[in-house]
Ligand binder design. Structure first.
Ligand code: AVJ
Length: 321
């Protein structure tokens, strides 16, 4: 008896972090008025674990609402989505959400994209054991500034998958640029995307300022990450977590606020912060269903369809490229 050779996932690392460019970008943000740090810096090893913990908090509704909505409307979504497509998972992380879609959507190939191919190794090897016949590729690339999928993704219709409402970190103008890039990359397929919706303040606010202080730890941890990246001397105890809904901009804003007047130093520079001065660390936009639909149409998508949970807190859109 011959045992067929087991398929193995392939990996491709495209993004090479350039320490000088990274440093320059971070220092520009630190010296800006007001100071800012991009949300992608939340996700060092500890930050990624803290984010996973956030998703289990009673106050943080997006992850479980999206999961329930995908479970409920999965069959309807599957009716729209082409079979045998290449499922391209943008920001795959632990690949959990995509794994739940395989049976439903029957992709011919799975391409997991994350900033680092190394982050994907463990998850893809696990998934490959569960789905031995599926062709799998892990791609390490930074698509936050430009989505430029490599030719290794292959021919055939692509199903781009961008769950979790990460699109909310972009301004609507940036989101439109990004959606146009996904439209160009989808070649005859489409986009399945999770979007967090506007909702009452008493739901929104605690989701980003939970009673246990996990989101506060997640926000303040960015300073420890920065200390390692640029050699700064931020002391986390000097900084307070701030989160509020900016109604006019329809976004949650997160900031770190200096508890006292202080100076932060790094090799070659420093910045003074007044007491109460803030560093802007994240925007998380909340959309009206019709506004996001219009954004997808403006990006060139047609036959746009949305599913929401019963309370209309979260939406999953399918849009044909
Ligand atoms: C990963 C961007 C979807 O905006 O809800 C969670 C990040 N920040 N709590 C979000 C986050 C604070 C999250 N996204």
């Amino acid at each position: 008896m011959t045992v067929p050779a087991l398929r193995q996932p392939r990996f491709l690392q495209l993004h090479q972090s350039d320490p000088a460019a990274l440093r320059a970008e971070l220092l520009t943000g630190l010296q800006a008025e007001p100071a800012r740090i991009a949300p992608k810096y939340f996700y060092d090893a500890l930050g990624s674990r803290l984010f996973d913990a956030i998703t289990e908090l009673p106050e943080y509704y997006p992850t479980r609402t999206e999961a329930a909505l995908m479970a409920e409307h999965g069959p309807a979504i599957a009716q729209r989505v082409p079979r045998g497509a290449t499922l391209v998972d943008l920001g795959a992380g632990n690949c959990e959400k995509a794994g739940r879609l395989f049976e439903l959507l029957q992709p011919a190939r799975y391409v997991a994209v994350d900033i680092s191919a190394d982050h994907l190794r463990h998850a893809l090897h696990c998934l490959q054991r569960q789905f031995p016949a599926l062709d799998m590729l892990g791609v390490g690339m930074d698509f936050s500034s430009r989505l430029d999928l490599p030719s290794e993704v292959g021919e055939g219709p692509r199903l781009l998958f961008y769950p979790g409402s990460s699109i909310g970190n972009f301004t609507p103008e940036e989101a439109l640029v990004f959606l146009r890039q996904t439209h160009a990359a989808a070649q005859g397929g489409g986009l399945l995307i999770g979007v967090d919706l506007r909702k009452p303040l008493d739901v929104l606010q605690p989701a980003y300022d939970d009673a246990l202080g996990v989101t506060a730890a997640f926000n303040r941890n960015v300073l420890l990450h920065l200390n390692r990246l640029i050699g700064s001397d931020f002391a986390v105890q000097d900084w307070r977590h701030i989160a509020f809904f900016n109604e006019a901009a329809s976004r949650i804003e997160m900031h770190l606020e200096a508890r006292r007047a202080l100076t932060v130093r790094w090799p070659g520079g420093e910045r003074r912060f007044a007491s109460g001065e803030r560093i802007h660390t994240e925007n998380s936009y909340k959309y009206a269903l019709a506004d996001f639909q219009a954004l997808l149409a403006a990006a060139g998508y047609r036959r746009i369809e949305a599913w929401t949970d019963a309370r209309a807190w979260f939406a999953t859109f399918w849009a044909e490229a």
